[in-house]
Design a protein around this ligand. Structure first.
Ligand code: A3P
Length: 289
């Protein structure tokens, strides 16, 4: 797309770009009316960090939790009680409806901490912060942007790389995202997990996530969540869960695909930017860059 198209696809709000097809200033303004709860399950992550994957894990965990605590089958009544899980996507009445939903609510967001409704921090909602190696985030974002019509597309990877490094992305610059969230990295209501560690040891990852949100799991339940949320199984179900969009979303689902795109120079540039933003930080160490 040319510059003009790009300008039409994204808008700026408080200095950050967002896609017009998913977000609006009116919705952002009404978001402050969300009343967060201490038992909310919030998943925060920059786009392409594995939101859909970890989101599925969380939904499965909540279904298990509800079945045990409310004697409720997970399919019962659910159609009327759901909202699109992304906090910042929807209509201006979304937050009023969300305030009426029963616990426990699962909420995803790509927003910076300073742009979240204040009640999330005030009411001590628990946040799972999902991180992914910036090079794989950029790689995934590039393919995704070119795969869907609601985001700017790029003729070449080099064009995308420049945009990624110069803060022209929807939901802002990933390095800024990391440094802003780093200020909360030691908060007791926040747990961080990386895409890479979850990929390497999903059993341990899911176990830790469940423990953080106070959801007891049997060994069998743990195994079933891990299995149902594997890349293969989510990709297989994607037609049902995400329609045609699933083909674009469930792309490779691995680590280090960036090696197929980055030049040596781009690799050095990104290492340098990471160093500058993340040196000596808790999240920087967690990403084991
Ligand atoms: P790739 O493009 O590298 O394949 P998000 O959900 O935040 O948009 O992130 C999408 C990325 O997560 C994609 O990365 C996608 O393949 C990957 N992904 C989705 N489901 C996954 C799963 N079950 N296991 C591992 N990766 C998954």
């Amino acid at each position: 797309a040319d510059t003009l198209d790009r300008d039409k696809l994204l808008f700026s709000y408080k200095g950050i770009l967002y896609p017009v097809s998913f977000c609006s200033p009116e919705v952002f303004r009404s978001m402050e009316s969300l009343e967060a709860r201490s038992d909310d399950i919030i998943l925060a992550g920059y786009p392409k960090s594995g939101t859909n994957w970890v989101g599925q894990i969380l939904s499965d965990l909540v279904a298990i939790f509800e079945k045990k605590t409310q004697n409720k089958e997970s399919s019962e009544n659910d159609e009327n009680l759901e909202e699109f899980p992304y906090l910042e996507m929807g209509d201006t009445e979304k937050y009023e409806r969300m305030n009426k939903l029963p616990s426990r609510r699962v909420i995803f967001t790509h927003l910076l901490p300073e742009n979240l409704p204040r009640s999330i921090f005030k009411n001590k909602a628990k946040i799972l912060l999902l991180l992914r190696n910036p090079k794989d985030v950029a790689t995934s974002f590039y393919h995704f942007s070119n795969g869907i019509s609601t985001l700017p597309s790029y003729e070449t990877w080099d064009d995308f790389f420049v945009a990624f490094m110069t803060k022209k992305m929807a939901w802002g610059c990933y390095f800024e995202y990391l440094s802003k969230w780093n200020k909360h990295a030691a908060d007791e209501n926040i747990m961080t997990i990386t895409y890479e560690e979850l990929k390497e040891n999903p059993v341990l990852g899911v176990k830790n996530i469940a423990a953080f949100f106070g959801i007891p799991l049997t060994e069998k339940e743990l195994q079933s969540v891990v299995e149902r949320c594997s890349f293969q199984s989510m990709k297989k179900n994607s037609q049902k869960t995400h329609g045609a969009f699933g083909n674009i979303l469930f792309r490779k689902g691995g680590v280090s695909d960036w090696k197929n795109l980055f030049s040596e120079d781009q690799n050095e540039k990104m290492d340098k930017a990471f160093e500058e933003h993340m040196r000596g930080t808790k999240l920087g160490a967690k990403l084991k860059y």
